[in-house]
Write a protein that binds this ligand. Structure first.
Ligand code: SME
Length: 153
């Protein structure tokens, strides 16, 4: 491909990534506004064996990048399942984001069955996440899979 065309291709790819990140930000805002117990809502994309925080609503976190192997966030990817921790302070794997957090749910986002990222939600309430939340968030994870996939490439 000619140099100029190559430039344009990467320009459009960057545009796609920007739009995907923005859409996921709106997704986080919508979820946190509708669900008062969802105190921090974020989306991580899996990239080169790291989880990269692409967008979130809530207090800033030091965990903008998480190496696979660390935290509850990694467990959801490695085990390809929902991690629902009713009491984060009792779990030695937990990486603290905010001192107020009491419970956390991490839902893998899969593209063609393979995890490409995750929805991560913290609550200041102990045991905040029910089976109903798990089902609801699994459904949503399918709806955003395309956008997370774009960011995980
Ligand atoms: N608690 C997560 C880290 C991310 S923060 O919740 C934003 C974990 O244990 O992996």
């Amino acid at each position: 491909m000619k140099g100029e065309h190559l430039d344009q291709t990467s320009g459009i790819t960057e545009l796609n990534r920007k739009n995907a990140r923005q859409m996921l930000g709106e997704f986080c805002s919508y979820l946190s506004e509708k669900n008062p117990k969802y105190n921090w809502v974020g989306i991580y994309a899996l990239k080169s064996n790291k989880l990269i925080l692409e967008n979130y609503v809530g207090k800033p976190t030091v965990h903008e990048e998480i190496n696979i192997g660390e935290g509850l966030c990694s467990q959801a990817i490695v085990q390809n399942r929902i991690v629902n921790e009713p009491d984060v302070n009792s779990n030695s794997q937990y990486l603290a984001c905010s001192l107020e957090t009491r419970s956390e749910v991490v839902v893998p986002v899969r593209y063609k069955g393979i995890p490409v990222g995750e929805i991560d939600i913290d609550s200041d309430t102990k045991g905040a996440f029910t089976k109903d939340d798990e089902e609801f968030l699994s459904t949503l994870s399918e709806l955003i899979a395309y956008y997370v996939k774009i960011l995980s490439d």
